[in-house]
Design a protein around this ligand. Structure first.
Ligand SMILES: CC(=O)N[C@H]1[C@@H](O[C@@H]2[C@H](O)[C@H](O)[C@@H](O)[C@H](O)[C@H]2O)O[C@H](CO)[C@@H](O)[C@@H]1O
Ligand SMILES: [Zn+2]
Length: 304
């Protein structure tokens, strides 16, 4: 059923939990403002760790049933954010979490180290075609995914970036796969970003609270990992502090992946809201809309 009315936002993520970590507050904000928000999750998260001891038996090297658990967790997170349109790329179970076994040269996992249907081994066109069908149905004005490094380099995140980027191009080609729907060109694409300034603020709060182990070795005033984005490269800053509680509820829903007594929650009290209720983006395609006094777009749909 083709969706044609109102503002429509599509997010493409690798695992259940990435959406809430990266853009949970923005998602809740846009839903509350009447936008249609669609999340496509590319894998079931089969290879994830399990922070809930009584669920350890679900692990990939035991019963291998973690994807079913994370599907429930993701549904609960969507309820917390108010998102009603969630899909798995190609359907639940089509692509498997590739795991984080890194290739010796530091790049993403070697193909012979993962399952046959691991997302890292997916045929790019086949995977993109699943997303073309969604794009041509939903007809989003805005797409959010990862940068070329997948944010922090996870192979599934890198592959999600590639699939989303390729699908956005293919969806707009009139003569391409007419069977997948009428062509649709997405007006603006953004990459989720981790702000260097907010990272430094968060580190300062952790160190001031006596936490020297979280992000061990990182100095609030020292060099940051390359995947943290300096403010000058950030183009949009969505202030969704009013939806921080929804984001925290969504994160709590991903109980096998995110511990509620970790630094994120430690920082997410009123003091931390600025750090986590404001979410950052880099524009990848399309024309930025009006900027605020700090030079940021404040709305992903600005200018449309
Ligand atoms: C946020 C994210 O992308 N999580 C991925 C990631 O999880 C990490 C992995 O389990 C690692 O072994 C842990 O040390 C780390 O704390 C986790 O964040 O990779 C998983 C396996 O591919 C994936 O399921 C999870 O969603
Ligand atoms: Zn992930």
């Amino acid at each position: 059923m083709t969706i044609t009315a109102g503002r429509r936002l599509l997010l493409v993520h690798a695992h259940p939990d990435d959406e809430s970590i990266g853009q949970g507050a923005s998602m809740a904000k846009y839903v509350a403002e009447g936008a249609h928000v669609t999340l496509v999750t590319c894998t079931g998260g089969e290879e994830g760790e399990i922070l809930v001891p009584e669920l350890a038996h679900l692990a990939s090297d035991q019963e291998d049933r973690l994807a079913e658990q994370r599907k429930v967790e993701l549904a609960n997170a969507m309820k917390a954010l108010g998102v009603t349109d969630h899909r798995y790329l190609g359907g639940f179970g089509r692509y498997r979490d590739s795991g984080m076994a890194w290739h010796p040269d530091g790049h993403a996992v070697a193909a012979d180290q993962v399952h046959d249907n691991a997302f890292w081994r997916a045929d790019l066109t086949e995977a993109a075609d699943h997303l073309v069908a969604v794009i041509r149905e939903v007809r989003p004005q805005v797409l959010v995914t990862y940068d070329q490094f997948g944010g922090y380099g996870h192979p599934d995140h890198i592959q999600a970036h590639r699939v989303a980027t390729y699908a956005a191009v293919l969806a707009g080609v009139p003569s391409y796969r007419e069977d997948l729907g009428a062509p649709w060109t997405i007006a603006k694409t953004y990459w989720g970003a981790m702000s260097a300034e907010r990272m430094r603020e968060g580190l300062r709060k952790l160190r001031d609270a006596g936490d020297t182990t979280t992000f061990e070795g990182m100095d609030p005033d020292g060099p940051l990992p390359p995947f943290i984005t300096p403010e000058r490269l950030i183009s949009a800053r969505v202030d969704a502090r009013d939806y921080l509680e929804a984001k925290l509820d969504a994160l709590r829903a991903h109980a096998t992946q995110i511990t509620t007594d970790g630094p994120f929650f430690a920082l997410s009290n009123n003091e931390g809201s600025l750090a986590f209720g404001v979410e950052f983006y880099r524009i990848a395609t399309g024309t930025p809309g009006p900027l605020d006094e700090d030079g940021f777009e404040t709305d992903l749909f600005a200018g449309l």
